[in-house]
Design a protein around this ligand. Structure first.
Ligand SMILES: Cc1ncc(COP(=O)(O)O)c(C=O)c1O
Length: 404
């Protein structure tokens, strides 16, 4: 009789978003005429820009012509896109196109990268965190057993709180891999150049590999926040970087991302991580489709850059509006400056879920309970700048009248 992967039994039931949907549905049923405002949205809300959709359509036409059709593509990505990424994102950095791997999403990349590391690797991650890092660690058998508080015995948690400005502290136990997310989901904070340097120094000293997720890099506005971990000297000996077209160019439904694995990066045994990942991809990944890579390429044309900048500016202005608006209403907020997320402390020591219910029932506003991102998220809510401007303005109006 077939047996399943026992580590899946350690996972939490995936009821968090289900619970949110259930509560919203029940309120909508009770008050069908009310207008609900969704400020929880973690997906882009603006449609694809025309330079990208046109490039995809053109590439699809190429596929239907004998002389221009493409079959299987390279599993590491087409060189036209790798070169464009090098020229635009890593122009002044010592990253080569060969060190860039095109893929179909940072979600899967940050999960799949664990394939090349020892099953015994100890993993550290922030609490609260993007849940994929935690669940994928558990699925791969590196999480250990789930404790009553929801934490796992083999995961080293880097607790983020108001005290440390929601910046992950260094692990106090030996670890092999650290997931870092900057700009951060859910707290909206970002690591400065200096803080990244400290992480690189720490990783060099303790021979750790940093898994640096920069899916929200396009939202950085501060000058002291690097746009790539490789701006930090020494990072090419200790870091793997993950970036995505999802949030920067509205590719959440198209799927295109990339990873940087420097050739210098070695394991303790001296194995090249670049070689292992190349090997892994050539076996398990068939490559991102040609039309989608052509669409991604179009984001680097002059017109593509202009169109994308307009949308990013819209989201960034939303973030400022929300952050300033919530702040002026007396809410304690974090993030929003370098990220599309605003991390809001629940007033009067309310739990995340109690605050969620109050917002939903009294103001018809939806935000995401922070406790869904880990135990340290309890007492917080994540608001998102991906909502429509009008919804944000209305929400701020409604919150003026909220009596707690
Ligand atoms: C921190 C973080 N990384 C990665 C992703 C997913 O990126 P992609 O759409 O490229 O899979 C998300 C999506 O919400 C995210 O919040």
């Amino acid at each position: 009789m077939v047996k399943t992967n026992p580590h899946f039994q350690q996972l939490d039931a995936d009821y968090f978003f289900f619970n949110i949907e259930k509560r919203i549905a029940s309120q909508k049923e009770l008050y069908p005429k009310e207008h609900f405002l969704n400020l929880g949205i973690g997906d882009v809300s603006k449609p694809l820009v025309s330079s990208v959709s046109q490039a995809i359509a053109l590439a699809a036409q190429e596929m239907s012509c004998k002389t221009t059709m493409q079959g299987y593509g390279p599993s590491q990505g087409y060189s036209f896109l790798k070169q464009a990424i090098k020229d635009h994102e890593y122009k002044t950095l010592p990253i080569t196109p060969e060190e860039i791997f095109i893929s179909s999403g940072t979600k899967n990349d940050t999960a799949n990268i664990l394939d090349i590391f020892s099953p015994k690797s100890r993993i550290a991650l922030a609490n609260p965190t993007y849940p994929v890092y935690r669940d994928t660690t558990v699925m791969s058998g590196r999480g250990g057993i789930k404790r009553n508080n929801g934490n796992y015995t083999r995961i080293v948690y880097l607790n983020c709180s108001e005290k440390n400005g929601f910046k992950p502290p260094f692990p106090q136990k030996p670890v092999d891999l650290v997931y870092l997310c900057s700009p951060n989901n859910p707290t909206g904070t970002a690591l400065t150049f200096e803080e990244c340097q400290q992480w690189v120094d720490f990783a060099q000293k303790h021979r750790i590999v940093l898994l640096f997720d920069s899916a929200y890099e396009a939202f950085i506005t501060a000058h002291n926040v690097p746009h790539s971990i490789f701006e930090v000297p020494g990072a090419d000996e200790v870091a793997i970087e993950f970036k995505s077209f999802s949030k920067s160019a509205g590719f959440t439904g198209l799927r295109c991302s990339y990873m940087i694995i420097p050739q210098k990066l070695r394991s303790e045994e001296g194995h090249s991580l670049w070689e292992l990942w190349t090997r892994r991809q050539s076996t398990k990944y068939g490559g991102t489709s040609y039309p989608i890579q052509k669409g991604a390429l179009a984001t680097y044309t002059e017109q593509g850059q202009k169109e994308i900048r307009e949308i990013l500016t819209y989201y960034k202005q939303n973030a400022s509006l929300l952050q300033e608006g919530l702040g002026s209403l007396g809410f304690k907020t974090y993030g929003g400056v370098n990220a599309p997320y605003i991390w809001v402390k629940a007033p009067k020591k309310l739990s995340s879920w109690s605050f969620f219910d109050i917002l939903l029932e009294k103001t018809r506003i939806v935000a995401i309970p922070g406790s869904g991102f880990g135990s340290m998220g309890e007492g917080y809510m994540r608001f998102s700048a991906f909502a429509d401007r009008e919804a944000i303005q209305k929400a701020l109006e409604r919150l003026k009248d909220l009596k707690l």
